[in-house]
Design a protein around this ligand. Structure first.
Ligand code: PLP
Length: 482
């Protein structure tokens, strides 16, 4: 392909320096404290260059400065001890693909501004759709994050109401009904943010009660919809979650989809974290009812070893999404626009990174089998970990473990107040995280602190889970003896 293959010696030697840096980093990752030990403003205060350098610096100098001034400020997401939130890790293929993406620097705003961006996006999104087991009615697009994917889904649901919000907006109109959005009390905050951005308002987001397993109660949803209709409001969208952020619980999609169907309501499924688990044949049960949804979000940058950012929105209503956002100014008209998808028509952004390349690299390099093996191990280790908690003298399990996230709490005296319970659990959290070996996160349930440990890193091995148990035991002993 390259007839006169020439490399700039300078570029090549700089590239090797960066590659060596990355290789050493990955090899030694476990030796660094997973959670950054810096304090607010420490980086800024220690950084000596108040103004940007007028003369350029060498890549070597930049790497040196990076290590000297910035390294302390890293919380290492690729560290195998990173067990907080939901993991986001980059595999080797993911890392190297980002080199290519930057080198080509393609912008796929239009099909013609790099046909491969649009076409490969279509190919790999289809691959993922098939891997998950969804039918061909779903078309997909890559955005940066699940928050943005969900925003576009809810914007489509609003567009489907044909209220001409595109043209007339929402302010100063008395011909508009109050439109209502539904999700469970454990849905992600991105649903509220979409409600803010789309003029729905957080007061018009109904947080539907959940059962003891943190699953939305369909009867409560039905009641809320009927009440709203009686009040003259317009129920227009339900967001159900597979793998909620706090407790990794699943809303009953099948029952919810029947309700949505009866009331002609858009069903969006937030499977940002857990959706990829459906790649495993034994986890296909989580997709029960998904084909009845209008849209679904899944994040390969969470549990599919693809560097942040990469979120996929699958929708059966591609043309509603287009109606919501497409504007083609004169300077972006092309002769093939009726023949192709110009991805700028399907969202807020114009410019578009070549994210499909990293997804293609990761899926092709690991193979479906490689991805399955990793996810299967994570789920197995999480189940084992949850059994360990259930048999633990000082810990109790808080939520069922379907995926790779375990929620637990210290067993404390039943007479203790929430403040006292929280004091103990926060102490444990602090001790664990200051170990530098593992990093876990926290959430709340009924005003009590709950600890969350999530498995799901590309770089994790069973021994890291064993290490987490050991650290927890050591820290529990300190909390109990204090
Ligand atoms: N949905 C769920 C269930 C999540 O857990 C998260 C983040 O953890 C999000 C959405 C938002 O993800 P993103 O950071 O890609 O916007």
């Amino acid at each position: 392909m390259f007839k006169n293959f020439m490399t700039s010696k300078k570029f090549q030697s700089d590239a090797i320096k960066v590659l060596n840096f990355i290789e050493n980093y990955l090899n030694e990752l476990e030796n660094f404290p997973v959670l950054s030990q810096t304090i607010p403003d420490e980086i800024k205060n220690n950084f000596p260059y108040v103004k940007p350098p007028y003369d350029g610096k060498s890549i070597e100098d930049l790497l040196e400065d990076f290590e000297k001034y910035f390294f302390r400020g890293i919380t290492h997401w690729n560290h195998p001890g990173f067990m907080a939130y939901f993991n986001s890790t980059s595999s080797e293929a993911g890392i190297l693909s980002e080199f290519l993406i930057a080198a080509m620097n393609l912008n796929g705003m239009l099909w013609k501004t790099s046909p491969v961006v649009t076409e490969l996006e279509n190919i790999v999104v289809n691959w993922l759709r098939e891997m998950i087991g969804l039918n061909e009615n779903f078309w997909g697009i890559i955005y940066d994050t699940a928050s943005i994917s969900t925003f576009h889904a809810i914007a489509s649901a609003r567009e489907q109401l044909n209220l001409n919000i595109r043209g007339k907006g929402i302010f100063g109109r008395n011909d508009l009904p109050k439109i209502i959005l539904y999700c469970s009390e454990h849905a992600h905050s991105s649903i509220d943010k979409s409600a803010i951005a789309l003029g729905i308002g957080t007061e018009n987001v109904r947080k539907i009660k959940t059962n003891k397993k943190f699953e939305m109660i369909p009867d409560e949803l039905l009641k809320a919809i009927e009440n709203d209709k009686k009040s003259g409001y317009l129920p227009f969208c339900v967001v159900a979650t597979i793998g909620t952020t706090s407790f990794a619980s699943n809303d009953p999609i099948k029952s919810i989809s029947e309700i949505c169907n009866n009331f002609n309501i858009w069903l969006h499924i937030d499977a940002a974290y857990a959706g990829v688990a459906a790649i495993l044949p034994e986890m296909k049960w989580i997709t029960n009812g998904w084909n009845d949804a209008e849209s679904i979000v899944i994040n390969p940058h969470k549990w599919m070893f693809t560097p942040i950012d990469c979120s996929i929105l699958l929708t059966k209503k591609k043309f509603v999404l287009k109606n919501a956002f497409s504007i083609v100014p004169d300077y972006l008209r092309t002769k093939e626009e009726n023949q192709v998808n110009n991805l700028m028509d399907y969202g807020l952004q114009l410019g578009r990174r070549f994210r499909a390349l990293k997804l293609w690299f990761v899926i092709s390099n690991l193979g479906v089998k490689g991805i399955e093996e990793k996810i299967r191990n994570h789920i197995k280790w999480a189940k084992e970990f949850s059994e360990w908690i259930e048999n633990h003298k000082y810990l109790k399990l808080i939520a069922p473990v379907h995926f790779s996230t375990i929620c637990f709490q210290l067993k404390t005296n039943e007479m203790y107040t929430n403040d006292k319970i929280n004091e103990f659990n926060l102490k444990l959290l602090d001790l664990v995280n200051s170990s530098g070996k593992i990093f876990i996160s926290n959430t709340m349930l009924n005003n009590q602190i709950i600890l969350r440990l999530t498995i799901g890193s590309y770089w994790q091995e069973k021994r890291h889970i064993e290490m987490a148990k050991q650290i927890l035991n050591e820290c529990i002993e300190k909390v109990m003896n204090n």
